[in-house]
Design a protein around this ligand. Sequence first.
Ligand SMILES: [Zn+2]
Length: 323
Amino acid sequence: MQQPMPPYPNHDPHHPPRRRLTRAEMRRRRRRRAIRRMAVLLGALALVAGGVSFAVTRLQADVPSASAASPAPVEGTGAVSSGVQNGTGAAGGTSTAAGTAESTDPAQPQNALGLTAAEAAAMLADPRMVLVNHQVPMPEDYTFDTKECGSATAINKTLQTEAADAFLEMQAAAAADGITVWMQSGYRSVEYQTTLYNNKTQQFLNQGYDEAAAREMAANIVNPPRYSEHNCGLAADLNCPEFTALEPGFEDTAAFDWLCQHAGGYGFILRYPKGEAAEAVTEITYEPWHWRYVGPENAARINASGLIFEQYIAELQSIAAAV
Ligand SMILES: [Zn+2]
């Protein structure tokens, strides 16, 4: 059985080709990631163990002094105070009781994102949270309206209407701070993507490659249709008058600094962050110019989590499934 062709995320042909990690690089990174994951897991276990022992120590240390200071139990701590009066055994009992209360309280989700299964499911169902990458195509039934918000030199000037409005608002806020931000490449239709991809495939066929090889080589340069985040109208390549290329040097501009501080408030997240750990997840080299609209509430949650979009979606799926 032939392997599915590796779809390859890329931008317009007039943009410098995005570099996808080689297979060897990916293998090395996966190995390092597995080691890192194990270290994080062990660290988390140590933290939990440390936290429990810290909590018990605190209960043992604090409560007696509190009850010594005020003979009448302070409101809400009565049970703890009276428990501790019976000695260390009771303190242990109290901590167990608190643990049980926490884990059975449905209002207190016990996961890293602090979301209930229903909240996670709602976020996954939010069309602004659609995941599109070189492994996950945009759903066939994903539809939306678009609105223009691109700069004069932009080729693809539109985004989904809500994202375009958010961008224009963000652009105005940046301008008020003396910063010019341009939307240089936004929504790309599936038809447009198909044409780009077929043209590129044809170039390799013309050079004598067979169909499979031509498609694979084309996919290294142009994303197959529906595998580009630009197809969903929520990805915006941004630049500024001081740096009009879509290249890593954009990170040295005042516009990029401004975006890092403020874009989340307008619903945009940096989709392909810098660093080996991030690149191992996205499988895309750092792109300071590529911002993804998810809506302000979702952006706040994702940014607070410190997770890459792929990781955040996986986390949501696991929380939503654990009902
Ligand atoms: Zn892009």
